[in-house]
Design a binder for this molecule. Structure first.
Ligand code: ATP
Ligand code: BTN
Length: 324
């Protein structure tokens, strides 16, 4: 999308954000463009997942009030992190990819957020559904001097940080699923994707991506597993700018701590949030499935499963955990 289209769409969204009806004619006059041009911009925003509809004689209306991401509002409340390195983007392929392309210049804490992703990704190349204005899509860069081995358990520490930020915003009832998922009411609320570049045994740079559903359009049908969002957890409208500030502050604090002390300060908190603690689970490792009782995590962040052979630890990114 070119810069002038982005500007028009930003102004259009600012008018539509109140979730009231606005006629094509009035919108066109306010923005100095034709009704046909308004209609095209609305189509484009709809194709990016914005929940917007048209009623003949009344005009266009977004289904729920929108609070667009606002860099100044986010910066106001960020504690501890360098606010110069926060970027708010409109539509992007993937915030992780965006930061990856800026490596190696990305400083610790450099963060980008976007209103929508057209190629949002999860683990193993799976898709992260990323409709416009309804979630947080955020990535933060951080370097680690100890190589890849210093990153063991990082996704667990990030999960704990994410829950801390939600608590800070008054949102309770969230749990963690090893190694990278955040659940509420038994459904997926958020996911963490950590991508690493650099030297295996010395300096490496991690891009830490978080997708957190805030208020997804009710007609999202591409997510092939049960999902939830914050609007189903609390009645108050969630201010995404407040949430973004809390998340940036908490991640900054947690990554600093992780760099100094590793996973140890996060372990007990992770255990207290473990969705499958002492329950029957299966580990899917390629074609192999191991069935047993989940016994939490060890000091390195490996998952512990109890089978007839005793308790065994499993590491590694290729493992998926499922309930029995
Ligand atoms: P694993 O246990 O291996 O992590 P997973 O199904 O959670 O399994 P991930 O790669 O972590 O897999 O996450 C990607 C999956 O998340 C997608 O395949 C889809 O099922 C689901 N998903 C995609 N977008 C969303 C979203 N916005 N909200 C919730 N879930 C989503
Ligand atoms: C998962 O559950 O597999 C992780 C999902 C991570 C999604 C986030 S959204 C921001 C960042 N950019 C991406 O393309 N992915 C992550």
């Amino acid at each position: 999308m070119n810069k002038s289209s982005q500007l028009v769409q930003g102004n259009l969204l600012a008018i539509l954000a109140d979730s009231q009806f606005h006629s094509g004619e009035v919108l066109g006059k306010s923005l100095g463009i034709s009704r046909a041009a308004i209609s095209n911009h609305i189509k484009e925003l709809s194709s990016l997942g914005l929940d917007i509809y048209k009623v003949t004689g009344k005009g266009y209306r977004v289904a729920r009030p929108l609070t667009l991401l606002n860099l100044e509002k986010i910066k106001e409340r960020v504690a501890g992190a360098c606010t110069a390195d926060i970027e708010v983007l409109n539509v992007i392929g993937s915030t992780n990819q965006y930061l990856k392309e800026k490596l190696p210049e990305v400083k610790n804490g450099h963060t980008c957020l976007a209103e929508a992703q057209t190629a949002g990704r999860g683990r193993h190349g799976r898709k992260w559904v990323s409709p416009y204005g309804s979630s947080l899509y955020m990535s933060m860069g951080w370097s680690f001097s100890g190589g890849y081995s210093a990153l063991g358990g990082l996704s667990l520490a990030v999960g704990v940080a994410l829950v801390g930020a939600l608590h800070h915003c008054g949102i309770q009832g969230v749990q963690l699923k090893w190694p990278n998922d955040i659940y509420a009411k038994g459904k997926k609320l958020a996911g963490v994707l950590i991508e690493v570049e650099g030297q295996i045994d010395s300096l490496c740079q991690a891009i830490i991506g978080i997708g957190l559903n805030v208020s997804l359009p009710s007609n999202v049908d591409e997510i092939d597993q049960p999902w939830t969002d914050l609007s189903q957890l609390i009645t108050a409208t969630v201010d995404r700018n407040l949430l973004a500030s809390a998340l940036i502050s908490e991640l900054h604090r947690s990554l600093t701590l992780f760099e100094e002390s590793g996973l140890e300060p996060f372990i007990n908190k992770w255990r207290a949030l473990d969705i499958y603690a002492n329950q029957g689970i299966k580990l899917i490792i390629g074609k192999q499935t191991i069935t047993g009782i989940s016994r939490g995590i060890d000091s390195t962040g490996a998952i512990l499963i109890e089978t007839k052979q005793g308790i065994e630890a499993y590491h590694g990114g290729e493992i998926s955990v499922r309930p029995l």
